[in-house]
Design a protein around this ligand. Structure first.
Ligand code: DGJ
Length: 565
């Protein structure tokens, strides 16, 4: 795990070592032919993707350099070769660079001990051909807390693979996290998957693994099996006492009182997942994370009404202490409201929990949250259910997988796709900011230090709001309410990279001295060349800057230099 506290030294040494270890990918790349001809050069070994940490910021390293995942997640049952032709067009349609897609335990080990990797082989091969990275979602012991993705020989044998028991000793739907048998069986399958990936994916199309999916339990806060009762009434491990800053030692109920059930369940599940992740990483050291079905980010909530024991915000300390091989817990965002999304970003954007959105609803109103997510240095953003599998998860997500739904995501990814590597580097090394249009479309002011940026919505490209109000201009048709947002990165003391969608950005001095006035020194529109150098295409001036920097639906990247007079 590369996480807060692991420090830059170890993180950087690791990726540098990987990058420097030149080798022949004989085993994989060159063995395709039996002999080496004179033109065959030793190939630099492709570094294993990793997550590194420096000065409080994180980067996902892919091919040895920071990478921002512009992702889509396929629908749950799109994990079969026959479905892939309905998945790749969605990846291309939205300009995604990464596909998140399940690999189910039931499909790779339908019979105990006999593995079938034909789907994984097809997926990796097609991902390489589509120049798309993969995040594999290990749907196994828990998927949305349930056991549905376990193979028949597991789900139909509750004696060997026990379900959780309630207070009355009755079986409930979820697998017990206190069963070594289930853990060992899941781990064996996961290790087999990682071993296979190591063999077939030398160029690391697969950049991350999600271990299980939305864990926790609905309606029951912890397991009451005899084994669970035994551990619950034993001493709380030291690491958990330290992580929770407990003031006493003792059993779970003694130390944690009314929170004991939930804390115990969080520890039981995270310890289980840690063993799976650690075993997998010992074979192939890919970054591994978990995703969370969320509780209310602010209000008190009865743990029976959310996925208790999963990586919800109030138990993240326990999760990090018990699962050091899991680098982050990603919040699955399925509430459309601005305040709710911002509160969840606050909960999950922590020094020990780099922000990454691996699931967000695909209804067009969600796509604007791309801006604050990236502004907070997130490693990636991926709307859920983005394929042509003839399925919609409305009312959670979009009503139809129509052009508007795909375009909402494409219009945001299009801004960053051409500068993804530069953005990822800036995000790792510099200050960045991002805002999304709030539900009431009110403007927002960003504190950039010496400067401030005011972002406003629903404006025409020309004219002050007052002038346009007098002219009864209304809101332009292209500027659909709650679609806007802006992204800013610091390039120098008075210089910023700016891109936005359906938004106006105005810069000003934050605290001008008496008589000090600000101005746009120069606004360059341009693009990044293949070698990363900035190429100026034109200078914005006149109407293009007189009323702020105005962005409608077309992509523009600006370098903005500010000065005073
Ligand atoms: C969140 C889960 O993680 C997804 O797999 C999916 O079931 C969505 N909920 C609902 O479509």
């Amino acid at each position: 795990m590369e996480h807060a506290g692991s420090g830059i030294t170890s993180s950087w040494l690791k990726s540098t070592r990987q990058a420097l270890s030149l080798g022949v990918i004989a085993g994989a790349l060159l063995l395709a032919g039996c002999h080496q001809d004179a033109t065959t050069q030793p190939v630099a070994k492709v570094p294993v993707p990793s997550v590194v940490h420096k000065d409080g910021r994180y980067a996902l390293m892919v091919d040895g350099a920071p990478f921002t995942m512009l992702g889509v997640q396929a629908n749950n049952s799109s994990n079969y070769p026959a479905m892939l032709p309905k998945v790749w067009p969605a990846v291309e349609r939205v300009h995604a660079n990464t596909l998140e897609i399940p690999v189910a335990w039931e499909q790779i080990e339908p019979t105990e001990g006999t593995f079938d990797f034909s789907y994984v082989d097809a997926l990796v091969k097609q991902a390489v051909a589509h120049k798309t990275r993969l995040v594999l979602l290990w749907f196994a012991t828990w998927k949305n807390t349930g056991a549905a993705y376990t193979p028949g020989w597991v789900k139909n044998d509750p004696k060997r693979f026990p379900r959780m028991l309630n207070e009355k000793g009755e079986r409930i739907y979820a697998m017990s996290p206190c069963s070594d048998t289930t853990l060992e069986a899941d781990k064996k399958a996961f290790v087999a998957l990682m071993t296979h990936l190591k063999k077939i994916d030398p160029t690391h199309a697969v950049i991350m693994m999600q271990v299980e999916n939305e864990t926790g339990t609905y309606g029951l806060v912890r397991d009451h099996s005899p084994e669970a009762e035994r551990i619950f009434n034993s001493a709380v491990p030291k690491a958990i006492l330290a992580a929770t800053k407990a003031t006493k030692t003792g059993t779970w109920p003694e130390v944690f009182g009314k929170n004991a059930d939930e804390y115990f369940h969080a520890w039981a599940i995270s310890s289980y997942i840690e063993k799976i992740a650690a075993a997998g990483k010992s074979v192939l050291d890919l970054p591994m994370y978990v995703n969370a079905s969320l509780r209310d980010p602010v209000k008190d909530q009865d743990p029976k009404t959310y996925s208790a024991g999963g990586p919800v915000w109030n138990v993240l300390d326990i999760w990090h202490a018990a699962a050091p091989d899991i680098f982050t817990a990603a919040p699955d965002l399925y509430n459309r409201h601005y305040d709710n999304v911002m509160a969840n970003l606050d909960r999950y954007d922590r020094p020990d929990n780099p922000l990454m959105i691996v699931e967000i609803g695909n209804d067009p109103v969600y796509s604007r949250y791309f801006f604050p997510v990236l502004g907070r240095h997130a490693l990636g953003f991926a709307p859920f259910g983005m394929d042509y599998a003839d399925y919609v998860n409305y009312p959670l997500g979009a009503k139809a997988m129509d052009n508007a739904t795909f375009e909402a995501v494409a219009s945001k990814f299009r801004l960053v796709e051409p500068m993804m590597r530069q953005w990822a580097k800036l995000s790792f090394e510099n200050k960045t900011w991002g805002v999304a249009e709030p539900d009431d479309s009110a403007s927002q002011t960003l504190d950039l230090g010496r400067w401030k940026a005011t972002v406003s919505y629903g404006q025409w490209l020309f004219g002050t709001p007052e002038y346009n109000a007098q002219s009864h201009a209304g809101r332009p048709a292209w500027s659909v309410p709650q679609s806007g947002g802006a992204l800013i990165a610091q390039l120098g003391p008075n210089e910023y990279l700016v891109t936005a969608y359906n938004a106006r950005v105005d810069f000003a001095l934050a605290n001008p001295k008496p008589g000090e006035q600000s101005q746009l020194d120069k606004v360059e529109e341009g693009h990044y060349a293949k070698d990363g150098t900035w190429v100026v295409d034109r200078i914005w001036n006149g109407d293009q800057t007189d009323y702020g920097l105005n962005f409608a639906t077309a992509p523009h990247i600006l370098h903005v230099k500010l000065s005073t007079y």
